[in-house]
Design a protein around this ligand. Structure first.
Ligand code: HAM
Length: 422
């Protein structure tokens, strides 16, 4: 036998027994997006490498270490998208969707980062993201966070997650703060680990979100970015906080929340849980008012977020808040030639009358026992049995596969019967 080729580490198959959980979560996200008036956008999984370098930042883990980058046959450097915001902005600019108009968009699909795989962290993972262009906030900032809170509430997760909130100020405010932070870090070089020492000059704010407890302890005395905020930034953040309070959305201020991508300014937020170990961020986002201009458009305010679907589903599974659903609700079995012909017709009629239900025909014939075993294994709630007797009497035998009870119903009343029981 030939050697089997295995999947790439960190890139998972989604198997049929699990896909119903994904569909339920995706349905909640999509219906919430529709109810907030958002439209879907789709853009490629591969883009020119320069797009991500420019958008995400050269001195970020994502660009420095995690991108799947390759030269295509024309010699162009391309990368698999590590996130959706850069591609979304590129697509909107290219199709004139941004200038002079407001956009509220959502997308979903696979993203790729060459990280060390572990529970909740994969090399191909899936995001559901939203991006809004043309609104300065803070009203839209609150609306975006309300969107994420609504999704979490619909999934039953409100009590299991915390909203972490911070403001990164403007680029000028961050530049002024940077000098003070670097001066502080220079005084504490002995405590810094290799990663932080490297970042200290290239991207000092990222030192703030280190997971190293010793460094966190030292950072308690570091200068605060908020001390460098001007009136506008303060008013923006206060406006957001008061709206969140008005909506009853609880938040925690976290001055160490800086996010891993360089395009953010002002509002940044994450929804985190401690039920998933170290990969506890299920959703992250923020404002990125400079990015559209940085990618060649006119200056445009923007804000967005992305949910990590693997983490969200892992969390729901851990808390038993999502159930796998069988694909089949009704299995139609037939014994004999004429019943087999009627079986396919009946199945079609029922499918048309009962949209939303999974109605499967048992194919391949076989004895009654074999057909019932198939119905049981499918997870269906009912088996419909058509034999010669049923045909001559214009009836169907319907077996409830949970209780084992069987009854006879008029063929013409089948749709009405199933409507009443599902
Ligand atoms: P991000 O924080 O890099 O933001 O990713 C968003 C979410 O994707 C994370 O909170 C996490 O749930 C999930 N995620 C990230 N990396 C992995 C991984 N290796 N395995 C599994 N899940 C992962 C962004 O990507 C921004 N584009 C979000 C955004 C949109 N900001 C503004 N607009």
């Amino acid at each position: 036998m030939a050697v089997k080729i295995k999947a790439i580490r960190g890139m998972n198959d989604l198997l049929p027994q699990d896909s119903s959980m994904w569909q339920q979560v995706e349905a909640v996200l999509k219906s919430t997006a529709a109810s907030f008036g958002f439209s879907e956008i789709r853009f490629p999984v591969v883009e020119k490498t320069g797009l991500f370098c420019r958008a995400i930042g050269e001195v970020t883990d994502v660009v420095e270490k995690e991108m799947y980058t390759f030269n295509d046959r024309d010699g162009d450097s391309l990368s698999l998208r590590p996130e959706g915001t850069a591609g979304c902005v590129r697509a909107c600019l290219e199709n004139s969707l941004i200038h002079g108009q407001e956009q509220r968009l959502w997308y979903t699909g696979p993203m790729f980062r060459h990280e060390r795989p572990q529970k909740g962290r994969y090399r191909q993972f899936h995001q559901f993201g939203c991006e809004v262009f043309g609104l300065k906030g803070p009203d839209i900032d609150a609306e975006i966070i309300a969107f994420t809170a609504e999704v979490l509430a619909k999934l039953g997760l409100t009590e299991h997650v915390t909203l972490q909130l911070n403001s990164l100020g403007s680029s000028e405010e961050r530049a002024a703060y940077r000098d003070a932070l670097v001066a502080f870090l220079e005084q504490h070089q002995d405590v810094l680990d290799e990663d932080c020492r490297r970042r200290m000059y290239t991207n000092p704010l990222r030192v703030l979100d280190t997971k190293n407890e010793d460094i966190i302890a030292v950072l308690k005395d570091a200068p605060k970015l908020s001390d460098y905020f001007g009136e506008e930034t303060k008013a923006h953040f206060a406006g957001l906080c008061s709206r969140l309070e008005g909506l009853g959305i609880k938040y925690e201020l976290n001055s160490r929340l800086v996010r891993g991508l360089d395009y953010y300014n002002l509002t940044v937020f994450e929804w985190v849980t401690d039920a998933l170990g170290s990969q506890g961020t299920v959703c992250g986002g923020g404002r990125y008012d400079g990015l559209v201009e940085q990618l060649g458009g006119q200056s445009t305010p923007a804000i967005g977020f992305a949910v990590g679907l693997e983490r969200m589903i892992l969390l729901l599974e851990t808390l038993q808040l999502v159930q796998r659903k069988p694909a089949v609700d009704i299995m139609i079995c037939a014994m004999g030639e004429e019943p087999e012909r009627q079986q396919l017709k009946l199945a079609l009629e029922l499918r048309r009358a009962l949209p939303g239900l999974g109605i499967m025909t048992h194919c391949g014939g076989g004895k009654f026992k074999k057909q019932m075993a198939h119905a049981d294994k499918s997870g269906a709630r009912f088996a419909v049995i058509i034999g010669d007797d049923e045909i001559s009497n214009n009836v169907l035998s319907v077996k409830d596969l949970r209780s084992g009870e069987q009854q006879t119903i008029e063929m013409a009343a089948a749709a009405a019967y199933f409507k009443s029981v599902f």
